[in-house]
Design a binder for this molecule. Structure first.
Ligand SMILES: NC(=O)c1ccc[n+]([C@@H]2O[C@H](COP(=O)([O-])OP(=O)(O)OC[C@H]3O[C@@H](n4cnc5c(N)ncnc54)[C@H](O)[C@@H]3O)[C@@H](O)[C@H]2O)c1
Length: 317
């Protein structure tokens, strides 16, 4: 097995995508530290992996603080002797449009996603460096972080920030042979199941049927298991040369995202004064302004949700 002898931490792995990542890493031979705030699902995840013949231990604690990041690395070393792979997957949503978003809504999301990714990655990288391990850091972004989405100021900031950190870590970790990448998933989980737009796909999945091809193919929306192969691949020796990337997976779709770069460049000797911009910005850049927001294709008639609330914005985790 490609990951045999390796040890992984997957944060937020009691359910949803994290559970699928943990099970796939275990299937590929890694021992896994399960982490969640929900002790019941964390225990069930350990039992599932053990029933499949894998090795797992649980740490029930909220990701965000340095203390919890330390606990996770210690648990990997104490239970399984080392650490090779960190997947920072734990996440929450507190969706509200800007004027309704409270400081608490903002801080809670930033703390779990952005700070949790930062503290866990810092702890794991320190361990990798100290022990000469060419480790793997796999963070989790979102289409919202890449493109923006209505009602997700906090989440967009956290997820865009995670990809920003990955680009920086690819530079800082290169010499140590450690890779850092972001996976951009889309899948039916507790986070997305209530989105009316995906209703027909979720219902098919719950009936144990394959999701309609339109969801899997055109929208790149499938099950959590559709994403876990990419996580195991990035964790493997096969992916040693891949770092600093944002890679999307969902349904039948795999995507390599671009990083932001200048879309147009103009020069003016002496710089650009207000008057110069008034006269020239439109002619130079007007036709090149960048689009924002995720693109949601219109659903075919037979795949439309039965009772979609009027003007409900689409939110994908
Ligand atoms: N589902 C999607 O389509 C989608 C899309 C883009 C990104 N994501 C991201 O994927 C990750 C997993 O999402 P999901 O859809 O599986 O969500 P989920 O809600 O099904 O699972 C998230 C898990 O994280 C746990 N968790 C929450 N806060 C935690 C904390 N502080 N410490 C430890 N565990 C914590 C929860 O208890 C839960 O078990 C998240 O980072 C999410 O933002 C999901």
């Amino acid at each position: 097995m490609s990951l045999s002898g390796k040890v992984a931490i997957v944060t937020g792995s009691g359910r949803g995508l994290g559970l699928s990542y943990a099970r796939e890493l275990a299937r590929q031979g890694a021992a896994v530290v399960i982490n969640d705030v929900d002790a019941t699902v964390a225990g069930e995840a350990v039992a599932l992996i053990e029933a499949d013949g894998g090795k797992a231990a649980a740490v029930v604690a909220p990701v965000g603080s340095t203390d919890v990041a330390r606990q996770l690395v210690q648990a990997a070393v104490e239970n399984f002797g080392r650490l090779d792979i960190l997947v920072t997957n734990a996440g929450i949503l507190r969706d509200k449009s800007l004027l309704k978003m409270t400081d608490d809504d903002f801080d809670a999301v930033i703390n779990v996603h952005l700070r949790g990714t930062f503290t866990c990655a810092r702890e794991a990288f320190a361990y990798f460096k100290e022990n000469g391990i060419a480790g793997r850091i796999i963070t989790i972004g979102s289409p919202t972080g890449q493109r923006g989405n209505f009602g997700q100021t906090n989440y967009a900031a956290a997820k865009a920030g995670i990809v920003g950190m990955v680009r920086t870590w690819a530079l800082e970790m290169k010499k140590a042979g450690v890779t850092a990448n972001a996976v951009i998933p889309v899948a039916a989980t507790a986070m997305t199941k209530t989105v009316p737009y995906f209703q027909k796909a979720v219902e098919a999945d719950e009936r144990g049927e394959a999701m309609p091809a339109f969801f899997r193919h055109e929208l790149g929306f499938g099950t959590a298991d559709d994403v876990s192969g990419l996580v195991a691949f990035l964790a493997s020796d096969e992916a040693a040369g891949i770092t600093g990337q944002a890679i999307g997976a969902g349904g039948d779709r795999l995507q390599l995202w671009t990083h932001p770069e200048a879309a147009a460049t103009e020069y003016r000797e002496g710089g650009w004064r207000y008057e110069d911009l008034v006269a020239n910005f439109g002619p130079l850049f007007g036709g090149k302004l960048q689009s924002v927001g995720e693109e949601f294709l219109p659903l075919p008639e037979d795949l439309k949700p039965e009772a979609q609330p009027a003007a409900a914005p689409v939110k994908v985790g």
